[in-house]
Design a protein around this ligand. Structure first.
Ligand SMILES: Cc1cc2nc3c(=O)[nH]c(=O)nc-3n(C[C@H](O)[C@H](O)[C@H](O)COP(=O)(O)OP(=O)(O)OC[C@H]3O[C@@H](n4cnc5c(N)ncnc54)[C@H](O)[C@@H]3O)c2cc1C
Length: 505
């Protein structure tokens, strides 16, 4: 049995994907396998990727045993309660896709069904008034949870993620990994050596001539996909026709006060602009479609729309939205940008690295590389990518904008059948059904569909069983409870200053 165990794991790349993978592998397998990570300071890391989803809290604390306070302080972190989308369906529109639940479900129905009946007759406020996170975000309020709230209350567990400095996170994980036994190898890989009979990777050659051998290779080398693509020629599924943005211009700017506890995504002529507030600076970027906009124009638009002074020159990034045809090929498992990239609109990339790591740990192979493990890994990863892809397309396609060729394309393009079905069903009577382990759950789809002006024509028939008086009490009681609770919360700035203040940089 034991001699089938993998004893040497090599992680290629030291961006956030590489260090997250190395830290987790050392934590769980460090006693039986050596974990080595190769990175090149000369090549560097992509260095963006500063907004996350709530799963990162679980990954940090449960998977790696990192204390929240330490993480936030070390990464100049702030709270993210969701994303504000400005000008997406029409210029002048604004809505927040918040994390967590909307209201409280009742019997077989989610809260928004009851809300729909009242809203359609003009007796309810916008959906954002019925979810703790979307009430807190625009008011700049934050607490991690309301201690005495009953478990059924939307206040018992505030759903939040973080904004953080990606380079500081990689550095923090590097230290943690070293403590857990990961050996770091600095230098450039100049050659990849494969077994003659089956093409499995057996070693990589470094610029100084050293050869690093391994049984399992984790490719975290970024967009280039050094092992998975350049060596194994795995192939890529290109989704540019559904997600036309393929470039970004990124620039940091001065910190702005008060620090907003949410990301802002403002639609622009040929894409959208992000604003990510950190403790020491603000991250900004314009994600755009090169078919419709030149780099110089993108940089000029970005610089003209910053809330604070720019701290550097805009930096261009290129990508192809899509995924590898296989995430696990032979003895190479790709994670992070090496495995694919769907554009940063819903900040899902770091989450997908983390879910890939969990999947790898649960399907961890022996030296015989049972093909069933790789097949399952590839099936689950592709499913995750495809479902997130549909959710992203929704933001672009469900628009009324016709003011630029980019938005005309997005509004009229053909979409995957799976997405069309979800939109049609919701438009009819507000129903949405989660697809298996789909990452984005019902509240996300409901908020974005409504925010993008897909208004259901009706609501679920069971709602009519509730007497009118009780319905108003239930729906509007929720709004009043949340409004009161949020009014009493500290501001996000106060919370950070009190508990999570990072050292000045
Ligand atoms: C514009 C943009 C915005 C983004 N925003 C978000 C966001 O808000 N939220 C989110 O979750 N994700 C976001 N992402 C994605 C996120 O940045 C990445 O998922 C994350 O940083 C992981 O990157 P990585 O580690 O895969 O690659 P990289 O950071 O590129 O790291 C690659 C590593 O491989 C090493 N390497 C490569 N070749 C060699 C070689 N020959 N020899 C030795 N070493 C080598 C490099 O030195 C480096 O260490 C964004 C991405 C882009 C492009």
């Amino acid at each position: 049995m034991t001699n089938n165990r993998i004893q040497r794991v090599v992680v290629v790349g030291g961006g956030s994907a590489g260090w997250m993978a190395a830290a987790a592998l050392a934590t769980y397998l460090g006693k039986q396998a050596s974990v080595r990570l190769i990175e090149s300071e000369e090549i560097g890391i992509v260095g963006v990727g500063e907004a996350s989803v709530p799963h990162i809290r679980m990954f940090n604390s449960q998977m790696l045993g990192i204390a929240e306070t330490e993480f936030v302080k070390r990464t100049q972190g702030t709270v993210k309660l969701g994303i504000e989308f400005k000008d997406w369906s029409r210029i002048g529109d604004s809505y927040i896709h918040g994390f967590g639940v909307i209201g409280r479900s009742l019997g077989p129905l989610p809260f928004h069904q009851f809300w729909l009946k009242l809203f359609q007759s003009g007796r309810a406020a916008a959906i954002g008034d019925y979810s703790a996170q979307t009430v807190m975000a625009p008011q700049g309020k934050f607490v991690p949870g309301v201690g005495d709230a009953p478990p059924s209350s939307p206040l018992s567990d505030i759903a939040y993620a973080y904004h953080f400095d990606a380079s500081l996170y990689a550095r923090f994980l590097r230290e943690l990994s070293a403590q857990r036994g990961v050996q770091r190898i600095e230098g450039k890989i100049v050659g990849v050596n494969q077994r003659a009979d089956d093409g499995y990777v057996e070693s990589v050659t470094m610029e100084n001539g050293d050869v690093v051998e391994g049984e399992l290779f984790i490719d975290c080398s970024g967009f280039r996909g050094l092992l998975i693509e350049q060596t194994l020629k795995t192939g890529y599924v290109d989704w540019t026709h559904w997600l036309p943005c393929d470039r970004a211009m990124a620039v940091p700017s001065e910190r702005i006060d008060p620090i907003a506890p949410y990301t802002r995504a403002t639609a622009r002529a040929a894409g959208w602009q992000w604003r990510i507030p950190l403790q020491h600076r603000t991250g900004n970027g314009y994600v755009y479609a090169s078919r419709y906009l030149g780099d110089d124009e993108a940089a000029a638009t970005l610089l003209a729309n910053l809330d604070g002074k720019a701290l550097a020159e805009p930096r261009p990034l290129r990508f192809t939205p899509g995924m590898r045809k296989k995430f696990w090929n032979k003895n190479v498992v790709a994670l992070g940008l090496a495995s694919g990239f769907l554009e940063p609109l819903e900040s899902t990339s770091i989450y997908m690295v983390q879910s890939g790591i969990s999947r790898l740990l649960s399907l961890f192979p022996g030296r015989d590389f049972n093909p069933l493990l790789a097949e399952r890994f590839n099936r689950e990863s592709a499913f995750e990518y495809e479902r997130v892809r549909d959710f992203l397309i929704l933001h672009y396609h469900a628009t009324e904008r016709n003011d630029t060729p980019f938005w005309n394309y997005c509004r009229t393009m053909s979409i995957p059948d799976s997405l069309k079905e979800a939109m049609d069903l919701f438009r009819s009577d507000g129903r949405y059904f989660r697809n298996g382990d789909d990452f984005f759950a019902l509240p996300s789809w409901v908020q974005v569909m409504l925010g993008q002006r897909i208004m259901p024509q009706s609501y679920h028939p069971i709602v009519d069983d509730m007497p009118e008086e009780k319905l108003v009490q239930y729906v509007e009681g929720m709004r009043a409870t949340l409004a009161r609770a949020v009014a009493a919360m500290p501001t996000h700035g106060d919370w950070i200053n009190r508990y999570w203040k990072a050292a000045a940089q």
